[in-house]
Design a binder for this molecule. Structure first.
Ligand code: SAM
Length: 253
């Protein structure tokens, strides 16, 4: 189901309406009658809509994939002082802020106004598939956990990076997606699943860039603690059976 609300939806109200529509559901409120438990409510939304809602809670809880990504990507960052960095699909500006704190002129770009409102960096609200920047203007383009929503943005990352400059990208690993992982978030009382496109890492190529590093790590011990704290310790071993993410570095020729 793709939703299109004019303002933030009240998910509790939606959940209650869905529950009331069922034959044996409670007549009012979210509390189920004794002995009756509603199936979890799962809403699928387009990215722009989903992140409008998720912005308020996006950075609130530790996230195992972000933990794994940060410890994989950090060693790949080039010298940042005095460099121009554009973080595409930046969300709340996690990487843009990191680069800015280390002396880069960093810009966060996202099409979600609500995510950018929580970003401390200079920000541009635009679609990553049509970047409002001139060719070869950036020393470094970063795209973290956003290509799955807009694989077409990769072409734009190539365009804005100068020859000799670098692209760094991370995302949920396509193999994890094929094995049933979803891009979803708990947003009580519902789970929001964000609509995405399937793509492969081999698609992320072109004659004017060279893939210099590719990591396809699985979740490790540092992430086990995050699963434990979230109350899903029993799911951890299963989650380590496939590469969780990829982190790739390209240099523009
Ligand atoms: C999972 S969040 C990642 C945010 C940030 N890069 C990070 O890693 O913390 C995905 C972000 O991509 C943004 N996004 C998705 N499709 C986009 C598009 N076509 N153009 C710009 N931003 C997009 C969403 O609004 C959201 O903020």
């Amino acid at each position: 189901m793709t939703t299109s609300w004019g303002r933030l939806p009240n998910l509790r109200a939606i959940a209650n309406r869905a529950v009331r529509g069922r034959k044996k559901g409670p007549q009012a409120g979210w509390q189920p009658a004794a002995g009756w438990h509603p199936a979890p409510l799962c809403l699928t939304m387009e990215a722009r809509e989903a992140y409008r809602i998720l912005a308020a809670s996006y950075d609130r809880e530790p996230n195992a994939l972000i933990s794994l990504e940060e410890r994989t990507m950090l060693p790949l960052l080039p010298e940042l002082r005095g460099r121009t960095v554009i973080d595409v699909g930046a969300g709340t500006g996690r990487w843009a802020s990191y680069c800015r704190a280390r002396g880069a002129a960093a810009i966060a770009l996202d099409f979600s106004h609500e995510m950018l409102c929580r970003c401390a960096c200079p920000a541009v609200e635009a679609d990553g598939r049509l970047l409002p920047f001139r060719d070869s203007c950036a020393d470094l383009a970063i795209c973290a956990f956003a290509l799955g929503y807009a694989p077409g943005a990769f072409r734009e990352l190539r365009r804005i990076v100068r020859p000799g400059g670098m692209i760094l990208a991370s995302d949920v690993h396509p193999e994890a997606i094929r094995s049933g992982w979803t891009r979803s978030f708990r947003h009580n009382p519902a789970t929001i699943s964000v609509a995405h496109e399937q793509y492969s890492i081999t698609q992320l190529t072109a004659s004017d860039i060279v893939l210099t590093r590719l990591f396809e790590p699985r979740l490790g011990e540092p992430e086990r603690a995050i699963f434990d704290r979230a109350g899903c310790a029993d799911r951890f071993d299963d989650a380590t059976r496939v590469p969780a993410i990829f982190v790739a570095q390209w240099v523009r020729t």
